[in-house]
Design a binder for this molecule. Structure first.
Ligand code: 13P
Length: 341
């Protein structure tokens, strides 16, 4: 195992109170976000959007690494400079989504298992040769009165652990992402129970597969009430429930926890991360950071709408969200008024 390289990558990803920009939407997901805003769903539109993100001035002040999709890692700026070179020049570590998506789990209606293990060793070697230093795999866990099933949790945890072991063998830091969804009317307490159960199984499987905990990042959901739950807890209550759950299930050897945003508004995602860092300063054994997609991209996408004339203003919105989230890592988000938009 290339332990030295893995540690160097983890250190770079967590340095300077920065976080990750997830820009690894699959083509169907990216097209869905474009369709909602009337943006053309073409390869050139997706390239232009990713160029806007990557070429945002001073992005590396707040962003240490960005997660790309297969299409994007092969793309270039309009003048032909590869995106991976632009990122290297800016000091942004290249990451790559390597799962091939969540597919229906046989015999378990409403549940999925994430696929992509077949051929993964060779794909990881190829991505490393292109310049990738870390990877991502997302497992999806739905909650309702009867879900999740034991089978869903077990299948996804096993796949995450086998993916993580293959990543470390290839010298890539695995981002291990078990996402318990916000969809539904479940309570925060129920989300806490399910999240804890899922994390216990994930870390059991990581142990079984001999994954080095010091050389991975966990990308979990925050512990939240379902989107349609009548009672929505305060920012501080969410922060306390989230960190309490993680303290029960995530070994202290893990260097960092980089949250997904999962459909939270940009402001709430930042405020909740900020509250965690403020309230647990000096008590949490891992860095608490961000790996947001929607909560960091959406304001910029709403401005851009596919119009070249909107690029600079959209880039300013991305800079602003990135800076807010860096401040949230320091527990200083309230100091950076969103009104500065
Ligand atoms: P969101 O922040 O939009 O949940 O996306 C994070 C991510 O990478 C999903 O896999």
């Amino acid at each position: 195992m290339k332990a030295h390289a893995l540690h160097a990558t983890v250190t770079a990803l967590l340095a300077g109170d920065k976080g990750l920009l997830a820009m690894d939407e699959s083509t169907p997901t990216c097209n869905k976000r474009f369709a909602a805003l009337g943006i053309a769903q073409t390869e050139e539109s997706r390239r232009s959007w990713r160029e806007l993100l990557i070429t945002t001035p001073d992005l590396s002040n707040s962003i240490s690494g960005a997660i790309l999709y297969d299409e994007t890692i092969h793309q270039s700026r309009q003048d032909g400079t590869p995106f991976v070179k632009l990122m290297a020049d800016a000091g942004i570590v290249v990451g790559i989504k390597v799962d091939t998506g969540a597919k229906a789990l046989a015999g378990h209606p409403g549940e999925s298992v994430t696929e992509g293990l077949d051929g993964l060793r060779d794909r990881l070697t190829g991505y490393a040769a292109l310049g990738a230093r870390f990877a991502k795999w997302r497992a999806v866990i739905a909650i309702d009165a009867a879900l999740p099933s034991t089978a869903c949790i077990a299948a996804n945890a096993h796949a995450l652990a086998r993916y993580a072991a293959l990543c470390q063998e290839a010298g890539l830091v695995p981002i291990v992402e078990p996402e318990v969804l916000m969809t539904g009317d479940h309570t925060l307490q129920r989300c806490a129970e399910v999240t804890e159960q899922v994390l216990h199984e994930v870390f059991e499987q990581l142990h079984v597969q001999r994954v080095l905990l010091e050389a991975l990042l966990l990308k979990p959901n925050m512990v939240l009430p379902g989107l349609t739950c009548a009672h929505q807890e305060s920012v501080d209550e969410v922060a306390d429930a989230t960190v309490t759950t993680l303290l029960r299930a995530v070994p202290a050897a893990v260097p960092g926890i980089a949250f997904l945003s999962g459909g939270q508004s940009p402001e709430l995602a930042s405020a909740r991360l900020n509250a965690m860092n403020r309230r647990f300063k000096g008590r949490a054994p891992w860095a608490l950071t961000f790996s947001f997609a929607r909560a960091i991209q959406q304001p910029a996408l709403d401005i851009w709408r596919g119009e070249p004339g909107n690029v600079q203003q959209a880039q300013r919105a991305l800079q602003q969200r990135a800076a807010c989230n860096r401040a949230a890592r320091q527990g200083k988000y309230a100091d950076l008024a969103d009104a500065a938009d």
